[in-house]
Design a protein. Sequence first.
Length: 423
Amino acid sequence: MIITIIAFIIVFGVLVLVHEFGHYYFAKRSGILVREFSIGMGPKVWWHRKNGTTYTIRILPLGGYVRMAGSQDDDDDTLKPGTPVSLQLDDNQNVDTINASSKTTLFSGLPLQVADSDLVDDLYIEGYVNGDESELKRYQVNHDASIIESDGTQVRIAPRDVQFQSASLPQRMMTNFAGPMNNFILALVVFIGLGFVLPGIPNNSNVVGEIAQNSVAKKAGLKTGDEIIKVDQVKTDNWEKLGDQIASHPNEKMTVTIERDNKQQKITMTPKAVKQNGKKVGQIGIQEELSTNFKARINYGWTRFLTVFTLIFSVLGHMITHGFNLNDFGGPVAIYAGTSQATSLGVTGVLNFLAVLSINLGIVNLLPIPALDGGKLLLNIIEGIRRKPIPEQTEGIVTLIGFGLMMLLMILVTWNDIQRYFF
């Protein structure tokens, strides 16, 4: 169980880190201020500020986020009149830090009761120092000033020019797409890596590889390296066709035509009948030749990526056309159960599971559902067609509705997973 928990945290952490780093990287490239990069949810257990971004690790390893200035996910910095804060001033008496938290104390902080403020456009804060309401004081706020929020997290303020909406439409679209894109890249890299870990790569050829001892093939005289070009009169130019033909002859005599040392010869044998999926099939005890060259290993990763990608799309398509139930979905509990099975297969099992999950996460995030990256991209496309931004209030309402539905679905899926796996 401990190994499973560790593997689960690592798998989930890597998926979130790679996904969010995509958003983070392209936001930075677009001039968007990333105020916070968080791994995990809930109360923070560690934080560090560098180059304007606060990096946090939070207690629940069930997600993460990149908080971009001015985005729908960003908290409003508006300080309500009457809010007690303390200010740290620079040598020019401009505000460098605003402390709005009761959990933190600024060294030599100036106590202020807020009367009015603007931390987006005019960059000022005014109020009463030390509770003296006889004199209203106004301070300019530095463009790169920071604010300590109520939970004690210190982040940069969000002036208009570094907000998400100030970036161009293509830049915002790329920032939204970058998370799923990174998940696809991660899966491809992992699958290619697995290709180099495996002892050899099946290349769907008709060349015989390893032959089992005391097998039908061994007794009939087949040798490693033989190329089986025909079974009876049916051409078998790849392993799939060869396997189908052998399987269709359980306990039935057949003649195979092989090519050995550039010469053809015929060998007669009778495949052994074995049961597979409730029916009898023929087996002769041979395995496919494995390739160990560089190209084959790269191709394995690419082919495996496309296979999983296509499979997940087909499953989603089936859900859309035939309806779905909660068993079609899986939340953190299902991922934990899958991790448990993967760990029993060793490191390669966990890596394969990570790659499959990464593709799944990328595809699901691209669905045109509000609050997901795909929903944000859809709003970007609508903005491009309209040639003007969608009203902020409308976008906020749509995102809020989408977020609420996603939370409801997550609760239902998690409860369903608990019943499936633990009861």
